[in-house]
Write a protein that binds this ligand. Structure first.
Ligand code: GAL
Length: 347
C-alpha cells in the first residue's frame, strides 16, 4: 500500500522538477538567478567622438570587450554611437538601443542636467543605465536603483593640478617672470556647467593659494575641451593686453593646454619666455609635451581604469552576475583616482 501511495507522488514530483527546470531554462535563469549567457549586448553613446580623451577611452572599452570574451567565453557585442553634442539625438539613440535589445546602455551625457528621459527609458524597460565621464547631480542618480556612474573625482584632479603648478614656482623662482611675488595666470576652461570644469577651475587655484603663493587672474576663456578653440583664445589673450605678463596657464585639460602651446609656437615666442603650463588627462600628446618640458606636468585621468570597470560593470549587470568584485561604492558609483605626471614620470 505504501509503495502505491509513494509511486504517484514520486512521478508527480519528477514531473514538477522537469517543469521547473524547463521553466527556468526558458526564462533564461539558473536556480541562482544567473543567466546562462553566451553573449551580451551593450550600448555605448559618447557625447562627442572627436573629444581627445573620449576617443582614447573608446579604444580602452573596445579592448576590454575582447578581454572579457577571452576570460569568460562570453561575447560582448558593443553598439557604439556618437551623439555629436546633441541631447535630443542621444535620447533617441538610447531609445533605439533599448529597442534593439541592449542589456545595458552606457551614456556619456551631452547635457549633464538632462538625464531624465534616458533614466526613464531605462526604468520603463528595466535596462540598467551606466552614466560615465560627465557626472550628473546625485539626486538624478538616485531616482532608480539601476542607474550607475563611472568616472573620477573632479576635486582631486583640481588639487593635483594646483600642486604641480605651485611646485613649478616654488622650485624655480624665475618662473615669476616680473619678480613681483605674484603669479599672473590665465585659465582655460572646459564647457560651461561641466562638473569637471567648474571644480578643476576652483580647486587648482585654491590649492596654489593654500601652498602659500599669491595669484592674480589676468583672464580666462571657455574653450570646450578643444585644442583649436584654446589656440584661438590663447592667441587672442597673448596678443592682447596680457601679452608677456602671463606667467602661468592653467588648463582644465591637456587638449586645451596643447592649444595654448600651439599658440605660443605659432607666435614664435621663445621657450625661455613661455609661461608655466599645466593640464589634466594624460592623453598621448599631453604626455609627450610633459616629456619635452613644454608642460610642467599633467594629471592622469585613468581612462584604462574607467573603461575597464565600466565594461566589467555592464557585463555583470547584463549577465546577472554579482557586483561584489567591482569597486562600487554607495551601490552606484565607481570612481578611479587621478595621479600626477611630471617630466620624470611621463613615460
Ligand atoms: C573630462 C576630460 C576632458 C573631456 C571631458 C568630456 O573628464 O578631462 O578632457 O574629455 O571629460 O566630458
Amino acid at each position: 500500500m505504501n509503495s502505491e501511495i509513494i509511486k504517484p507522488y514520486s512521478v508527480l514530483w519528477r514531473k514538477c522538477a522537469a517543469l521547473l527546470l524547463a521553466g527556468l531554462l526558458l526564462s533564461g535563469c539558473t536556480a541562482h538567478g544567473e543567466k546562462p549567457v553566451t553573449s551580451v549586448k551593450i550600448g555605448i553613446i559618447v557625447y562627442d567622438q572627436y573629444d581627445n580623451f573620449i576617443s582614447e577611452l573608446m579604444k580602452v572599452i573596445i579592448d576590454e570587450a575582447a578581454a572579457i570574451k577571452d576570460e569568460t567565453g562570453v561575447t560582448v557585442n558593443l553598439d557604439m554611437l556618437d551623439a555629436a553634442g546633441n541631447q535630443s539625438t542621444q535620447n533617441e539613440q538610447v531609445r533605439k538601443l533599448i529597442k534593439k535589445g541592449c542589456d545595458v546602455v552606457c551614456v556619456n551625457l551631452v547635457d549633464r542636467t538632462e538625464p531624465t528621459v534616458i533614466s526613464e527609458l531605462g526604468e520603463k524597460n528595466n535596462v540598467p543605465i551606466i552614466y560615465f565621464n560627465r557626472e550628473l547631480v546625485a539626486e538624478d542618480l538616485e531616482r532608480w536603483d539601476r542607474l550607475y556612474y563611472v568616472g573620477a573625482d573632479a576635486f582631486q584632479s583640481g588639487i593635483l593640478e594646483g600642486e604641480i603648478a605651485a611646485d613649478a614656482f616654488l622650485n624655480d623662482p624665475s618662473a615669476d617672470k616680473n619678480g613681483d611675488g605674484i603669479i599672473q595666470y590665465i585659465m582655460l576652461e572646459g564647457e560651461a556647467g561641466h562638473q569637471d570644469a567648474i571644480v578643476r577651475t576652483e580647486y587648482s587655484v585654491n590649492t596654489i593659494i593654500e601652498k602659500g603663493l599669491k595669484v592674480e587672474k589676468l583672464g580666462y576663456a571657455i574653450a570646450n575641451w578643444n585644442r583649436a578653440q584654446a589656440k584661438t583664445q590663447t592667441t587672442a589673450m597673448l596678443l592682447g593686453e596680457y601679452g608677456s605678463s602671463v606667467e602661468l596657464i592653467i588648463s582644465n585639460n591637456d587638449a586645451m593646454a596643447l592649444g595654448a602651446i600651439d599658440a605660443l609656437e605659432t607666435e614664435n615666442i621663445p621657450r625661455t619666455e613661455w609661461p608655466v603650463i599645466v593640464g589634466i588627462d594624460g592623453i598621448a600628446e599631453g604626455l609627450e609635451a610633459v616629456q619635452e618640458g613644454k608642460m610642467a606636468g599633467t594629471v592622469y585621468n585613468d581612462k584604462e581604469g574607467q573603461g575597464r570597470n565600466m565594461l566589467r560593470l555592464a557585463y555583470a549587470l547584463a549577465a546577472g552576475k554579482s557586483l561584489e568584485d567591482l569597486p562600487v561604492t554607495e551601490g552606484k558609483y565607481i570612481r578611479l583616482p587621478y595621479r600626477k605626471i611630471l617630466p620624470e614620470t611621463a613615460e
